[in-house]
Ligand binder design. Sequence first.
Ligand code: CTP
Length: 397
Amino acid sequence: MLAGKNIVLGVTGSIAAYKIANVASALVKLRANVDVIMTRNATQFITPVTFETLTKNRCLTDTFDRSDVSEVKHIAVAQRADVILIAPASADFIAKMAHGIADDMLSTTLLAATCPVQVSPAMNTQMFRHPAVQDNLSILKSRGVTVIPPDEGHLACGADGAGKLPSEQTLLNYILREIAKEKDLTGKKVLVTAGPTRESLDPVRFITNHSTGKMGYAVARQAMLRGADVTLISGPVSISPPPFVKDINIQSAQELFNTVQSLYAEQDIIIMTAAVADYTPAETKTEKIKKSADGADLSLSLKRTTDILQWLGTRKQKGQLVCGFSMETENVLENSRAKLQKKNADMIAANSLKDAGSGFGTDTNHLVLIKKDSIIDLPLLSKEDAADRLLDSLLEL
Ligand code: CTP
């Protein structure tokens, strides 16, 4: 995922420095080239050898050892970097960055760099709250540096509060968002619906379907990585939402409809992957029991849910793109083309439940992308890759 990308990790003096070994290792596994630059204080908490072993690159430190050829190498490292993450960033180092002080290898490298810079402060809560630190962080933000908010929790110094280095996965998410994909969706608002709906029969039972939300979550994640401002409306699923997306949880088709109604007008692209229940109970079991004195007639009466995609199709704003999904057991093309027309969608992504590796719960999908004038039969792909191809195809419209 990060092949060909150059990442610089700047490690400063904080007990959390040891965690960066896991970040370096994860980046190498994603095939990035990782250069680690450490301040002198950082070497008190973790040794350069750890990073050299993980990254297979010479770890630059601020020793300015005259025999060390890396002393000149840092300019080249700065210039080829796609992103620089300073983590953990100490209060002292943040102050240096804010004021352009270049008195060690890492601060000098930063002045020579033109790529995006991210800073992950980690320190004692009182230090973090100190106006000097907050002012310095404001200066960095005003220059376009991404400041990663520290987590709250129990800190190594014994205090409780904000100042903890976020998890390795969070730091990785920031790097991936910055450089994993071309930003061809920057400035676009994308709404994705995912997962099943639950239609309550009574306080205990409900009607639902087999959707796991994986396809919709993959679409939301890829759109976020491509720079979109993503809102994900999701029915009950067991997977976690992708980072940096606004996630809204719903249960029933009616709740989904209400949420879509309140958000659709401001969206550029709407992608409905949700497996919306076509029917919902016309009345609850409790209502039925109340009506029928002896409780004899408990047969289930159903009513159709609003077809949200069709509702959207008739209200499309100028320039807005609407994409639906269609899960078919037979006549995939015929039925999906009929849906494209009936629902006035710009694209239908069809999949056959009979295809091996496609459909509910799998990590792969075989999608056929149907537009008014074209049909693209994609190969069997991971849901992430299928999501990317779907977004590519929508952007061609
Ligand atoms: N959909 C919707 N509202 C509904 C039902 C479906 O918005 N009440 C959307 C789904 O999110 C999907 C598309 O319509 O994007 C097609 O859904 P699907 O269940 O395949 O088709 P239906 O229109 O329900 O028709 P049928 O069940 O007869 O195939």
